[in-house]
Structures are given as C-alpha cells and as structure tokens.
Design a protein around this ligand. Structure first.
Ligand SMILES: Cc1cn([C@H]2C[C@H](O)[C@@H](COP(=O)(O)OP(=O)(O)OP(=O)(O)O)O2)c(=O)[nH]c1=O
Length: 204
C-alpha cells in the first residue's frame, strides 16, 4: 500500500517517519475556515479540517489520468488549541499571538488533533472504492504564569507563527509549559500511536 501524508508540516513528517512508516508528502491546499456552527464543537472541527485536507489530496490523486495500481492511504491532520471552548489556530499577527499567550498563561488548555485517513482501493477494472476513518485526540497542557515581558520575549524568537496557540512545546515554548497530560506527539501535530492502532495497515 502506498501512503501519502497530506501535510506541509515538518513536525508531522518527522513523527510519522520516526514511527517507521514509509510515505510520500503531498501538501494539501484545503482552506482552514470553519463556520460558526462548526466552531462550536472543537473535536469535530479538527476532524472536519483533517478530512478536508486529506480529501483535497485524494481529489488530486484521482484527477491524474493514470489508474491507481495499488491501494493508497491518504492521511490529513489538523491541530488546534482550545481554551474555555474557544479555538486558537495559528496566529495571523503579533497581536493575535500576544492575545493567545495571555489567555493561555497560568492555566490549562486542550490541544486537539483531528486525523482523517482515506483508503483508496482500485479493483481490477480500475474503479476506485473509498473508505474513510476519522478520529480526534485530546491532550492537556498547563502553562506557567507569564508576564507581558516573558510573552513578548517568547514571541520574538519567531517560532509561534505556524503553530496553533502561538507556541511550540517541542521548541523554545517548552519553557512556558508547567506540565502536560496525554500524548506528546498529539500536541506536536500527529497522534501517531492512536493512528497506527486504529489503522494498523499503515504499519504493515
Ligand atoms: C500546540 C502546538 C502546535 N504545533 C503545530 C502542529 C501543526 O503543524 C500546527 C497547527 O497547524 P495545522 O493547521 O494543524 O497544520 P499545518 O498548517 O502546520 O500543516 P498542514 O495543514 O499542511 O498539515 O501547530 C506544534 O508544532 N507544537 C505545539 O506545541
């Protein structure tokens, strides 16, 4: 089976590689916008975005005028930070990053990663059947109390802008964190242990 990771995230690539999975990368160009009603249920929203990312890459694969000659699994994922039911994605400005970290300091929040796997199976005539499996995983992260100066100094290191919630637990952001519960890889972007448990074919 061929495995495709529908993600431009170097962290997801790294985590999947470390788990011993052989795959290629096709970054998704799906939009990350959600409607008000989708925003109301963060776990579902994360699964929806993951599904959209995987689905957009499946469309690309099926648009190529060359029949699939083997089953293909396409993996999409989306990570969001959730504080008091509000979703924090990637900050679009320094102000937004500052606001996110002000909300997160001295408190506990959830990090939710939604994952969607689309399995494409061609038959002998070249017809492709599609099966989908989606799940989400939640970890909890507690931040130390932070002063405005500490927040400004952290944002100045520059690692915040492509990270949900404006921090990277695997980077300089580790020093903002008092502790976490749950799966660490899930916080960094891909709950690979649950993924391989639910879709064991990926590890074969
Ligand atoms: C909370 C947290 C998030 N992140 C990252 C994981 C995700 O890459 C990113 C959230 O953005 P996503 O939209 O989930 O992913 P992405 O845009 O990086 O990649 P793609 O859509 O192509 O798959 O935040 C960390 O690296 N460390 C952390 O501690």
């Amino acid at each position: 089976m061929e495995i495709v990771l529908a993600s431009g995230s170097p962290r997801r690539r790294e985590i999947l590689k470390r788990a011993g999975v052989t795959f290629r990368v096709i970054p998704s160009e799906a939009t990350e916008e959600l409607t008000e009603s989708e925003l109301a249920d963060p776990s579902k929203a994360a699964r929806t975005l993951a599904d959209r990312k995987a689905g957009s890459v499946v469309q690309l694969l099926l648009a190529v005028p060359r029949p699939l000659n083997q089953p293909v699994a396409v993996i999409g994922a989306d990570t969001m930070v959730v504080k008091d039911g509000r979703i924090f994605g990637k900050p679009r400005s320094l102000e937004e990053g500052t606001h996110m970290l002000q909300q997160l300091q001295g408190a506990t929040h959830q990090v939710i990663t939604g994952v969607s796997v689309w399995m494409l199976s061609p038959d002998e005539e070249g017809h492709v059947s599609i099966a989908r499996r989606a799940f989400s995983e939640t970890s909890e992260v507690t931040f130390k109390p932070l002063s405005s100066q500490e927040i400004a100094d952290y944002l100045a290191c520059g690692e915040s802008f492509d990270k949900a919630g404006a921090y990277a637990i695997q980077g300089e952001g580790a020093k903002l964190v008092a502790g976490y519960e749950g799966d660490y890889d899930n916080i960094v972007g891909l709950p690979v242990s649950t993924l391989l448990h639910l879709v064991p074919a990926l590890a074969e």
